[in-house]
Design a protein around this ligand. Structure first.
Ligand SMILES: [Zn+2]
Length: 291
């Protein structure tokens, strides 16, 4: 550590830091870019703000509502191995649960914002990533932890970017309306095919309404990354999050075909450096991949 008043030694930032709220957010939203960045020789890390300990859902009798946080930590570790990235880093906050559940003591959405920002900043200073990815402000479907995570990670990026050796690019993971339509059609098809007559739970309905409402206009999306070359890794990472997958059968060829339609690409808004209106890119900058 340099003493007060001494210039810090020059550091060149490298690699990708993904900052998400729960184990599984990283694989759904950015598993493909993480695998691509790692394949290109970049260090890649996941910072997970909570232990995901409210990952069960009330009303689902066969799912333990207060899941053992150790299960989800292990699932994230498994996903990181599948993606070929470093072991996860946890901030250890409790999962706030879905809107209306009443966030518990010690949860991310109840933590003082500045405290969380400073903790993320400490991780950034230690790792020195070039590029950071987190949720967009709506958090895809408005989960209180996703919204909080986007705000604190974005603020931590801004503070870190102002320092020597700070990160140089910030991306927000976001779903365009066209992708939401494809996803909903795929889910509908899966329901029909499986003959599942159970009506969706209130939380499910609320979630799919929120996804529609919070989806971004397609023209807002700056960065569309084709992830077909690493799709196997993304699917393997998703399969690690077994406690969240509600018995999906990944080997089933029709499920597979749906995955390919739903997860052929990942979509982002580049927040910094700002892109010119109408400009688009097909990879993250500052990671030297695809050159
Ligand atoms: Zn989440």
């Amino acid at each position: 550590m340099a003493g007060a008043g001494q210039p810090n030694p020059p550091v060149t930032p490298r690699g990708l830091l993904a900052i998400f709220a729960h184990p599984d957010d990283e694989s759904f939203g950015a598993g493909g870019v993480m695998a691509l960045a790692a394949e290109a020789g970049n260090p890649v890390w996941v910072l997970c703000a909570t232990n995901g300990d409210q990952g069960g859902r009330p009303g689902e009798v066969d799912v333990d509502h207060s899941l053992d946080p150790e299960i989800r930590r292990q699932e994230l570790s498994c996903a990181c191995q599948a993606l070929g990235v470093a072991e996860p880093i946890f901030l250890g906050y409790r999962d706030s649960g879905m809107e209306g559940w009443g966030a518990p003591e010690g949860s991310l959405s109840r933590a003082p914002q500045d405290e969380v920002v400073e903790r993320i900043l400490a991780v950034i200073r230690q790792l020195r990533p070039a590029t950071i990815v987190t949720f967009d402000p709506g958090g895809v479907y408005g989960h209180p932890d996703h919204v909080a995570c986007s705000a604190v990670a974005t603020e931590a990026y801004r503070r870190a970017a102002a320092e020597p050796g700070g990160p140089v690019a910030l991306y927000h993971q976001a779903l365009p309306r066209s992708a939401v339509a494809v996803m909903q059609a795929a889910q509908e098809e899966e329901r029909r095919r499986s003959g599942d007559a159970t009506p969706p739970s209130e939380d499910d309905l609320r979630q799919s309404e929120a996804i529609e409402k919070l989806a971004r206009a397609d023209e807002d999306i700056t960065t569309i990354v084709s992830i077909s070359s690493v799709l196997e890794r993304k699917i393997a990472a998703l399969a690690c999050h077994d406690s969240q997958m509600r018995g999906r059968r990944w080997e089933d060829p029709e499920t597979r075909a749906q995955m390919e339609r739903m997860f052929g690409s990942e979509t982002f808004v580049r927040v910094d450096p700002v892109m010119a209106p109408g400009e688009r890119e097909d990879r993250f900058i500052a990671l030297g991949w695809g050159r």
